[in-house]
Design a protein around this ligand. Structure first.
Ligand code: B3K
Ligand code: ZN
Length: 869
């Protein structure tokens, strides 16, 4: 960077706004390169400062007036405009131009496949007009949109439609009014031609809400599941949280060019089409479940995010952690609680723990930010949700819901802080959360180290628990946290002991609050097997020296599925680690029969759900395993994971193949039971293709599949086992779907994760596929993202070619779409995890980026942190 380095903002520097805007009246005259925006704002000075500093980026000012008088007392700065000599209260009119068609960053107003749409969170509204673009300024919006009537029959914005009409020159207009004051990041506008799926939802108080889902022409047959999910979300929020929708209309628009998943704009959600469009021929079961979760998430934001919003962006987890918790509960109430929990825990133990250990480590409420978009992270979202979940564990459902009610009573219609939320929980429950608050300010992953001892004569069993959080790049000193530690003790018959601990009754959850603590359980008749950190009661690593027999025992006897699964994962972890050491010293991969038999037992257990069995038989990902090591040996870990899979496949082939046959379903349905059967059957296939006799199943399944889940499972099996049929399946699919980018994303993702030695050349070649475009974030993430994140062997190839390729792509994206670039760079930030040679090669690429004279602040923030590590 030759220009001055981007400046950081600190949480501790928060100051209230000098002014507020109570009402804003916007007019958009849409034009590809010269959209005219007129903003009429009612402004009030709040303190002593009379100069008004507005944010603005890439906006071209035409005119300004104050109280109907032309105003020239202003200075345009790098970050906005400073307007001076203003009265206490006034009407400000700003007229400016913006250029949607050249907006490749997809922030502010841009064009997606011919439709206009907006993305304003976090700080995109300033790319529309000069404004107080901060979440604690809440205004009432009225928005008039003008555009050509034929090309853009639908003109949408937040709230209710209050007027529409024809204009000269083939144009028309629609005016929207949103009665709920909101921050600028929740503003939205859409203009285009769509097919619309309509429905009505009757709220529990009897009001009718019009539901409208807008999709590209021809996609109506893919919008149904989104509508069903929306209706389920509205019902669920009424039933479980007592929260009702508050406008007469709820609109969702699906667009193809979108930087993330979706956006909760008031009354007008804009969605990445990936999280709306699905039918059995184009979407997998995972896609269906993803749509349900994201539709739910954005809907739940209406209360947790929109009605109560964030005071400043450092408080992001206030709305995101809480809303993720709500969407996880929604999915768990509608589907399988254990499978949902397993998948959420995998995210924490894999990529979230990796983020904690990376140069980007930060607490769920960050203290220092250069580019806010860089903090929409797994830590803020997923760990943020775990922090809410721990409060839920400590309080129980009833008190937690009472806390929610108090939170809304106190803060509805305002911009609040994380502290406000914790206070509401504390005040309703009477539970002291003083030490618990550290979860908001302390980064990193704590480790709980546990040892046990049994006193035969006293009939007591003691758990010694110590906690330690390693320093992170952002924070050297760590304190002891308040950790809810859920335990259960089993006797040899698999019955649970009643828990009396340190002299009082215990309802499973121990409060770990000190660096070292002892918990003595009384009346324990025989040495128990402990089940610990049940339901993953805190986002920590557990270190306990379980024997193989104890883990195999828990896999059978634990009372809940999550604990069974976790025991299986711990057993696998032991043998992944020991095999990695053995492979490193020239040995081969081996598994004792106890391990194989334990998994055979799970596979044959008729009492278990199929979906659960599939999870129990799934090995941890490379990325999760990498997190167990300071320096990861890429090839050894890949060899071991592959080796274990082959060993299990070989030993269990009869059981796997029998199950594969029995689980065949003739019709496709997205009932949870049917999804579970498919996922177990496809897991069997994934194993079986490692045994020569069964390799034909992949192609057979591909040819016979009547739904996308089975198609992709067949291709994925062929891809990961490098079967000879792989190429012909890939070609067939590409021929069938190359007109549809969204469906091709699955194909691009397989190309990215292809384990073959020529994978990088293939990936480069795929970039000229007619369905690929680097300007589309979904395509980029599918192909390039999966190569960087899901292809450890080829990406980390010691030649450095993978890193160089990443560097080149990042340079292009730095100019066109810094937000997408900044997501993509994450694997390169973890350079310290690899050997010195690889570290040097990665550094080379990071330094090239660092020396660009137009490095976007998104990348600047990450690259500098990584180079400092
Ligand atoms: N609130 C948006 C995310 C905005 C990301 C800005 N870079 C979607 C969500 O979390 O619901
Ligand atoms: Zn969210």
């Amino acid at each position: 960077m030759t220009e001055s380095a981007p400046k950081a903002k600190y949480r501790s520097d928060y100051q209230t706004s000098s002014h507020t805007i109570t009402d804003v009246n916007l007019t958009f005259d849409l034009h590809e390169t010269q959209t005219k925006v007129t903003a009429v704002s009612q402004v009030k000075q709040l303190g002593d400062e009379s100069t008004l500093v507005l944010d603005g980026e890439n906006v071209e000012l035409i005119n300004m007036s104050v109280n109907e008088e032309a105003w020239s007392d202003f200075t345009i700065t790098e970050t906005g405009i400073e307007i001076s000599n203003l009265p206490q209260e006034f009407e400000l009119v700003v007229e400016n131009y913006i250029s949607p068609s050249t907006n490749t960053a997809l922030e502010g107003l841009y064009i997606s496949d011919g439709s206009y749409c907006t993305q304003c969170e976090a700080e995109g509204f300033r790319r529309i007009t000069y404004f107080l673009d901060r979440p604690d300024v809440l205004a009432k919006y009225t928005t008039k949109v003008i555009a050509d009537k034929t090309a853009f029959p639908y003109l949408l914005s937040n709230g209710n439609k209050i007027e529409q009409g024809e204009l000269e020159g083939g144009k028309h207009f629609v005016t929207w009014e949103d009665p709920h004051p909101k921050p600028s990041y929740l503003f939205a506008l859409v203009a285009g031609d769509f097919d619309v799926l309509r429905d009505v939802f009757k709220t529990r108080s009897g009001r009718d809400v019009a539901l409208e889902i807008f999709v590209d022409k021809g996609n109506l047959d893919r919008a149904n599941h989104a509508m069903v999910s929306l209706i389920n979300s509205m019902k669920w929020d009424e039933q479980r949280f007592g929260l009702e929708y508050d406008l007469d209309i709820y609109m969702i628009v699906a667009v193809d060019f979108f930087n993330m998943g979706a956006m909760e704009n008031k009354g007008l959600n804009v969605f990445n089409s990936k999280f709306v469009l699905a039918n059995d021929q184009t979407a997998t079961d995972t896609d269906y479940l993803g749509i349900e979760a994201v539709i739910g998430h954005e809907y739940f934001h209406n209360w947790t995010g929109n009605r109560v919003t964030c005071r400043d962006w450092f408080q992001l987890s206030l709305k995101e952690g809480l809303t993720v918790f709500r969407d996880q509960e929604f999915s768990s109430d509608l589907g399988s609680r254990s499978v949902n929990r397993i998948n959420n825990v995998r995210i924490i133990r894999g990529p979230q723990f990796a983020e904690d250990a990376s140069p980007m480590s930060h607490p769920i409420r960050p203290d220092k930010v250069i580019e806010m978009n860089n903090f929409y992270t797994l830590t803020v979202y997923e760990k943020g949700s775990e922090v809410i979940r721990m409060m839920h564990t400590l309080l129980g459902e009833d008190k937690f819901q009472a806390g929610m009610r108090l939170y809304f009573e106190r803060h509805d219609g305002t911009a609040a802080t994380c502290e406000d939320f914790v206070c509401a929980m504390e005040d309703t429950s009477g539970i002291d959360l003083k030490q618990f608050r550290l979860w908001y300010s302390q980064s990193g992953t704590p480790t709980l180290t546990v040892t046990d001892s049994y006193d035969e004569s006293a009939k007591t069993y003691t758990l010694k628990v110590s906690q330690h959080t390693q320093s992170t790049q952002d924070q050297a000193d760590k304190q002891a946290l308040h950790i809810p530690f859920d335990v259960e003790l089993y006797d040899e018959h698999g019955n649970c002991f009643e828990l009396r601990c340190n002299g009082s009754e215990l309802n499973n959850v121990l409060n770990v609050t000190q660096n070292e603590q002892e918990f003595v359980f009384e009346n324990i008749a025989s040495k128990p097997v402990p089940s610990m950190l049940r339901e993953f009661s805190a986002p920590v690593r557990l270190d306990f020296d379980y024997s193989d027999e104890q883990l195999a025992f828990l896999m059978i006897n634990a009372k809940n599925d999550f604990a069974k699964w976790d025991a299986g994962q711990m057993l696998l972890a032991k043998y992944i680690k020991s095999n990695v050491s053995s492979v490193q010293s020239g040995g081969s991969v081996e598994l004792p029969s106890l391990v194989v038999d334990a998994f055979r037992g799970v596979l044959l257990n008729k009492d278990l759900d199929e979906a659960f069995i599939a999870e129990a038989l799934s090995l941890p990902s490379f990325n999760e395993v990498a997190g167990w090591y300071n320096t990861v040996d890429v090839d050894a870990v890949c060899d071991v994971l592959k080796g274990i899979k082959s060993l299990l496949a070989d030993a269990l082939q009869d059981e796997l193949s029998a199950l594969y046959q029995t689980l065949t379903q003739s019709d496709y349905s997205i009932e949870h039971d049917a999804i579970g059967k498919r996922s177990l059957r496809n897991l069997c296939l994934q194993y079986l293709v490692n045994v020569e006799d069964y390799q034909h199943l992949a192609e057979q399944q591909y040819r016979n599949a009547n739904n996308m889940t089975d198609t992709i499972a067949a291709m994925s099996a062929a891809n990961s086992a490098s079967l000879s049929c792989r190429q012909s399946l890939m070609d067939d699919y590409s021929e069938k779907w190359s007109h549809d980018g969204l469906v091709m994303d699955k194909w691009f993702a397989l190309q990215g994760s292809n384990p073959a030695s020529n994978a990088l050349d293939n990936v480069k070649h795929c970039m000229s596929h007619k369905a690929f475009s680097l300007s589309n974030p979904n395509r980029t993430r599918s192909l390039i993202g999966s190569f960087l994140n899901m292809n450890p062997r080829r990406f980390h190839d010691i030649s450095g070619e993978g890193y160089q390729f990443a560097g080149e792509i990042l340079m292009q994206l730095n100019e066109s779409n810094p937000q997408v670039a900044s997501r993509l760079i994450d694997p390169l930030l973890k350079l310290k995890k690899y050997d010195e040679k690889r570290q040097e090669l990665i550094k080379l690429e990071l330094n090239k980026l660092r020396s660009l004279d137009n490095l976007a602040k998104d990348l600047f923030e990450k690259v500098t942190k990584a180079l400092e590590s």
